[in-house]
Write a protein that binds this ligand. Structure first.
Ligand SMILES: O=C(O)CCC(=O)C(=O)O
Length: 280
C-alpha cells in the first residue's frame, strides 16, 4: 500500500495559468529529501555503481572524472528497470496536479533522466506530442528540477501561446542538439517576446502540454550540472500506439497511474498497483 501523502490541492488560478501559458511551474512539489535521493542515485548511475544491461554501462576503469561526467546527457525509460524511477514517475503529488490538468484518469508513459553537465548540449525546438501521440491528445510532461535550473545551466524555454498550435508533422519537427537547426523556429518566431525561461529551484516541477514548442540551450556554466527527472503522461482514456508495435500493445504498455479506464493498461512492476493507491 502506498503511504499517505499530503495531497497537493491545485488552485483554479493554476489551472487557468496552465491553459493560458501552456505550462505551469509548481514550486516545492517534491521534497528536498526526495530530490536528494534522486540526485544521489543519479550520481551512482554516472559513476557506474548502478548499471542496467544494455542501457547503462560502467565507465572504463581508466576514465577521467570529466569523461565519467560526460558519458550521458539523458537516459530514457529507466522506470522499466529501476524501482526508484518507477516510484518517481508515480509520485503522488505530481499525480495530484496531473489529475486536475489532464485527468481524472492518468496513464504514465515515459521517463527521461537528464544529466546535462557543464558544456553539454541543449535540445532544439520540438513538440512532445510529435513523439508520443495520444488520441485525443492529452499529453503532459512533468519536469522535476533536481537542482536549480536557469539560463546559465541550460533551463527549458517554453514559447507561451504555442500550446494551441497543431503538431507540425513535417520532417523538421525533430529535436536536435543544435538548437538553431529546426524549422519550428519559424513558428516560434510568430510569438515575439513569448519565449519564457523556466527558471526553477530544486524540487519545483514544470507541467507542460504536448503541443507547446520548447527547447533548451547548452549548459554554458563552468561547474554546474542541470539534472532533471521528467515523466510524460496522458489521460488514460486517450488511445495510443506509442512504445510498442501497433499490433502488439497499444495502451497496454502504459501504467495506469490514477483513476480508471476501459482501455488496456500496465500495472507498476515494482510498486503499488493503481487500484490500491491511497488518495486520502
Ligand atoms: O530538459 C531539457 O533540456 C529538454 C526537456 C524536454 O524537451 C522535455 O522534457 O520534453
Amino acid at each position: 500500500m502506498q503511504s499517505k501523502h499530503e495531497k497537493y490541492l491545485v488552485s483554479v488560478e493554476e489551472v487557468k495559468a496552465f491553459h493560458e501559458d501552456g505550462f505551469l511551474i509548481v514550486q516545492d512539489l517534491v521534497s528536498q529529501d526526495e530530490v536528494q535521493e534522486l540526485l544521489d542515485h543519479t550520481v551512482d548511475i554516472m559513476q557506474g555503481k548502478v548499471t542496467v544491461d544494455g542501457r547503462i554501462e560502467p565507465p572504463p576503469p581508466d576514465a577521467t572524472i570529466e569523461e565519467i561526467e560526460d558519458r550521458y546527457v539523458r537516459i530514457h525509460q529507466l522506470h522499466f528497470h529501476l524501482e526508484i524511477h518507477e516510484r518517481y514517475l508515480l509520485h503522488a503529488r505530481i499525480l495530484d496536479v496531473l489529475e486536475m490538468l489532464i485527468g481524472p484518469d492518468v496513464m504514465a508513459m515515459q521517463t527521461m533522466l537528464f544529466l546535462k553537465g557543464p558544456g553539454q548540449v541543449g535540445q532544439g525546438y520540438h513538440q512532445d506530442s510529435y513523439y508520443i501521440p495520444s488520441y485525443p491528445d492529452t499529453l503532459c510532461g512533468a519536469w522535476i528540477a533536481l537542482e536549480d535550473a536557469d539560463e546559465e545551466n541550460g533551463c527549458v524555454w517554453f514559447v507561451r501561446g504555442t500550446q494551441y498550435e497543431s503538431v507540425y508533422r513535417d520532417a523538421q519537427n525533430v529535436s536536435h542538439d543544435d538548437v538553431t537547426l529546426n524549422s519550428l523556429g519559424a513558428i516560434a518566431a510568430k510569438y515575439p517576446g513569448c519565449e519564457i525561461p523556466a527558471v526553477m529551484k530544486a524540487g519545483d516541477v514544470a507541467f507542460f502540454g504536448g503541443h507547446i514548442i520548447h527547447r533548451s540551450h547548452p549548459n554554458s556554466s563552468q561547474d554546474r550540472f542541470r539534472r532533471a527527472f521528467v515523466g510524460h503522461y496522458a489521460n488514460a482514456r486517450s488511445w495510443t500506439h506509442w512504445g510498442a508495435p501497433l499490433e502488439e500493445c497499444r495502451n497496454g504498455n502504459q501504467i495506469l497511474a490514477r483513476g480508471k479506464t476501459h482501455l488496456s493498461y500496465a500495472t507498476p512492476k515494482f510498486g503499488t498497483p493503481c487500484a490500491a493507491t491511497d488518495l486520502s
